[in-house]
Design a protein around this ligand. Sequence first.
Ligand SMILES: [Zn+2]
Length: 236
Amino acid sequence: MIKKRIKYGCGCAVLMVLVIGSLHIIKSKIEIKSVIDQTESASLNPVVYQTVVCLDAGHGGDDVGAEYNGRYEKDDDLTITLAVKKELESLGVEVILTRSQDISMDNAPRAEYANLYDAAVLVSIHRNYYEGYEAVNGIEAWINSQFLQEDELLAAAILEVIEEAVPKSTIRGVKGGTMDGEGNYTINRVAQMPSCILELGFISSDYDNTLLDTYFSDYAAAIAQGIYTYIQTFCT
Ligand SMILES: [Zn+2]
């Protein structure tokens, strides 16, 4: 499916969408809300005239993601995401989360949630895994295979700040499509705004795990700063 963009940059086209498709939106909202963390969504207000960043903590609930020596990816994903949210909020950015607790969610509703709230960007936070090769390490970002400039700039901005903040990190770069070379990851396929999946190091690498634990706040601040730089440059 071709990735469609409702808008380029971050201008607000949502008012028109709300008027024309109000019934559809209300229906979608109800459907999506049923799978969104209630605690989080209950306090959300779609402030459509401001820049909203949607963060997605990968996996959750029964889906633990990758696992290495008792360490679950879903936990790392959530902890990092919550820390990035805090950093972005300290910069004055409104943040919405697809999940703020350990709950199961499909991937499509995560991106649909970002679409519904007209988020300026969607960043999904994960950790990588390479079975049997602990030496494989580093941080990479996946974008839609169309390599739209906005997606690439968003992902590159995040990686650039991480590289500066934690120089010991291996930066593996921005990649398009999927690991197996077919199609796109659901998040990047469904999102109607610039999006990327950030793989914050390999959970199968002791080196990356030690870096993450040691420089946790630096990583969180760097991801937030990368997103902030992007929206400051392209969304204001
Ligand atoms: Zn993952």
